[in-house]
Every structure is written in C-alpha cells, then in structure tokens.
Design a protein around this ligand. Structure first.
Ligand code: MTE
Ligand code: MO
Length: 413
C-alpha cells in the first residue's frame, strides 16, 4: 500500500482520481512538430448543416439485444448499452424499450386521456388542453423490474453490462404533475387507487396507490427536452419516479380512480415475486438500491497494467444515492468512490474511483447506499427467500472478473 491507497489490490483515494493519466501514453510532442501540417480533413470545407443530428459515423453505439418473443412483433425488449455511455443522461435514441405488444402509431390529435371513476367531474384531456397546465421536469431513472434478473441464474451468464443491466435508463422527464389533474377532477372520499391503462394492443393496466399519484407522479409529455419518442410512450405516459418500470404506463389512455386495486394480468400473473414458501408477493413498487461498474466491464479491454478510472452508475427508488463503495479484491476490502456533481433523487448517479491495476486477475465489485439507509445486498442475500426462477426486483451486487489479458467477465462471488 502507498499513501494514495484506500483499499486492497490497488484502489486509490479520491485525491488519486484527479491524477489518473494515460501514464505516458498521451505521447509527448516533439518540440518541432507544433501541429504545422494540416490534417487531411482540413483541406476543404466540411459538410453542411442538417435538420436533425446523428452520432459520428465513427461511433457505432446501439441498443443491445433487440428481440421479440417467438411469433410476435414488438413483444420484447431492447437494452441501453450502459458500458458505452458516460454521465447520467441516456440519449433518447438509446433509452431501453419494453413493449408487451409493440409500439402503437398514435395520432396525437385524436389521442385523449380520460380521468373517471371516484371523481366529482370526469375529465378528458387532449394535448392542447394539457399544454395549458404548468409543467415540471426531473432527471430520473426508469428501470424494468426484470432488469438484472439474469443474475439469479445458477451460473453466471457470459454477458456484458448493458445485456445484464440495460433495462435501466435515465432521462429528463417533463410534463404535468398528476396531482394537478386529479385535483381538477376532484377525488372523492374513499378513493385509494388509480387504475392506469395504456393505448396499446396489450392494454397495459396497473393499479397505482392514490398517494403516489398525488405525490410525485408525472403525466410525462417530454423526454430530454423533446416530445416523448414513440417507443417510450408518445404522446403521453405515466411516469412514477423510482417505481418499477412496468407501472409507468405508456401511451396513457385512462385513469380510473377506485377504492381498491384492479388485480390486472400485469400485476398478478406477472411482476409479482414468488417466494421460496410458494407465496407470491404482489405490488413491489420501489426499485431497490443498486449499482454497477460500467467500465471496465465485458467488451471493454484494459491495456497494460497501470492506473485506470473505474466508472459506474448507482440508483435507488428510495431517493438519493448517499455513498458508493468499490472493491478490487472480490469484496474483502472496500474504498469510497467519488460521486459526480449530480446526485439527484431517484436518478442514476455516476461514481468513479482510481485503481492501480497490477496486471494480475482481480475481481471488481460496487455497492451502493441510499439516503434511507438501504444498502445494496450481496448476491446470496439478494437471492434469500426467492423461489427458483423468481427474477424480478433483483438488486444484488455485480462482480466483474478482470483477467490478465485485460478482458473481463461476469462472475459470482
Ligand atoms: N402501455 C404500455 N405501457 C408500458 C408497457 C407496455 O408494454 N405497454 N411496458 C411497461 C414496462 S414492463 C416497462 S419496463 C416500461 C418500459 O418503458 P420504456 O419502453 O419507455 O423503456 O414501460 C411500461 N409501460
Ligand atoms: Mo418492465
């Protein structure tokens, strides 16, 4: 250990993070060079402007694992390539997708949102009427409760960070607080739940506690500054910060205020958690505190031994991330990672730590804590009490085994 060491096997202090450099790899410039020669692309004017931007043709970053269930179109998922992104915002084109019956082609002029049931005044809204309400915007994550479920498999699946954890994205969501609209409809005494249904062929339907709807629920219209993308609910979706993604009903069509949950197919046969005792738990709403190292991770190679920046994401349905620890010795010792500037409630939070890799095999792990005091469990604790095959709401720690050749692989510790 040296003065900069913060934990075993080369994890360095916060101070060391600022000193991470390519350790000579940046290439010292000969004094005579001075950039005198023009580069090839400097000899003629460049390309013109365009009406819609696109990533550099040199950057081939796409959603991962785009797949539909056999015999269907659009019933499945695509995942965010977490290991190819930095910061906390997921570009809208890379936001993960989960559709139960494809993306409906909704005519925004014809779409209506209806609020009915236990209300004084049933109301109907179109996009024009909604545009008159005050809006809010918040940077928050959306995570499918099936995310990371592959880690419940008996043997580690040889897959990458986005393949395993990419049913998580983080956006700036803008729209009208649902409380405003419910207030206008006049919720009647005795109301406790709101049944939300979507305008897709699957008619996704979920029962949401009224308290959440009156708290921070959003009728989302905007995503990262532009209208929602069709895949993510255009022209409007329910957005329930920190809660399992399934409840954020896309293409939102009706909200029925009731005194009890509806027990829809989407909250009974699916998205319930089967315990080892054979009993299923319904209504697991908030997503647990979780973190994952995005770099290094499978598919990203380390070069020669030396100091590297470990980078990752942490998030919690319970609120803000308070602390993230990283281990380079399989969980024997832990060092505090540095949290980036934006530590927002129910948002992905970027963490980093410097690591002096000695070129030998090592096992990296991260562990997150949130402001409620919740701690991300290890794998065995996260599996305790589950029936075999029960994979929703898994938030155990992720271990990457770094091999001597600089490659890495999903392992269990
Ligand atoms: N109407 C409707 N809403 C839906 C779904 C759906 O298939 N239909 N999928 C749900 C699930 S399971 C998740 S995880 C999120 C995914 O949102 P995204 O596709 O914008 O990432 O939307 C939820 N809302
Ligand atoms: Mo989901």
């Amino acid at each position: 250990m040296t003065g900069d060491d913060a934990a075993g096997n080369g994890l360095l202090s916060r101070r060391a993070l600022l000193k991470v450099s390519a350790a000579g790899g940046a290439g010292l410039l000969a004094a005579s060079a001075g950039g005198a020669e023009r580069d090839a692309w400097m000899h003629a004017p460049g390309a013109p402007m365009s009406e819609s931007g696109a990533p550099s043709i040199h950057e081939d970053v796409r959603r991962l694992g785009v797949a539909s269930a056999p015999g269907t179109t659009g019933t499945g998922v695509s995942r965010t390539p977490l290991e190819r992104l930095e910061g906390i915002i997921t570009p809208s084109r890379l936001h993960f997708e989960r559709h139960h019956s494809g993306i409906p082609d909704i005519d925004p002029a014809a779409h209506r949102l209806v609020i009915h049931g236990l209300v004084e005044r049933p109301l109907q809204f179109d996009l024009d009427s909604l545009a008159r309400y005050p809006t809010v915007s918040r940077i928050q994550f959306l995570e499918c409760s099936g995310n990371s479920g592959a880690l419940t498999a008996p043997n580690p699946v040889p897959a990458g960070c986005g393949d395993l954890h990419g049913l998580l994205s983080n956006s700036e969501w803008g729209g009208v607080p649902l409380a405003l609209l419910l207030d206008e409809a006049g919720v009647k005494p005795g109301a406790k739940w709101v049944i939300a249904t979507g305008g897709d062929a699957a008619v996704m339907s979920r029962s949401v506690p009224l308290a959440k709807c009156l708290d921070d629920a959003l009728l989302a219209l905007y995503q990262n500054g532009e209208r929602l993308r069709p895949a993510n609910g255009y022209p409007m979706r329910l957005f329930l910060p920190g809660w399992e993604g399934n409840m954020s009903v896309k293409w939102l069509r009706t909200l029925m205020v009731t005194d009890q949950p509806a027990m829809t197919k989407d909250e009974t046969s699916k998205y319930s958690d089967l315990g080892a005792d054979g009993r299923a738990t319904l209504f697991t709403f908030p997503m647990g505190v979780k973190s994952v190292i995005t770099s290094p991770s499978p598919g990203l190679m380390l070069g020669p031994k030396g100091v590297y920046r470990i980078s990752g994401l942490a998030w919690s349905g319970g609120g803000r991330i308070r602390r993230v620890e990283v281990s380079a010795d399989g969980g024997a010792t832990w060092a505090d990672a540095v949290l980036d500037e934006h530590v927002l409630p129910r948002s992905a939070t970027r963490f980093q730590v410097a690591w002096r890799w000695d070129g030998r095999p090592a096992t990296l792990l991260s562990r997150a804590y949130d402001e409620t005091g919740a701690v991300q469990p290890g794998r065995s604790a996260a599996l305790a009490g589950r029936a075999p095959g029960s994979f929703y709401h898994y938030n155990g720690t992720q271990a990457w085994r770094i091999r001597a050749d600089g490659s890495s692989v999903n392992v269990y510790v």
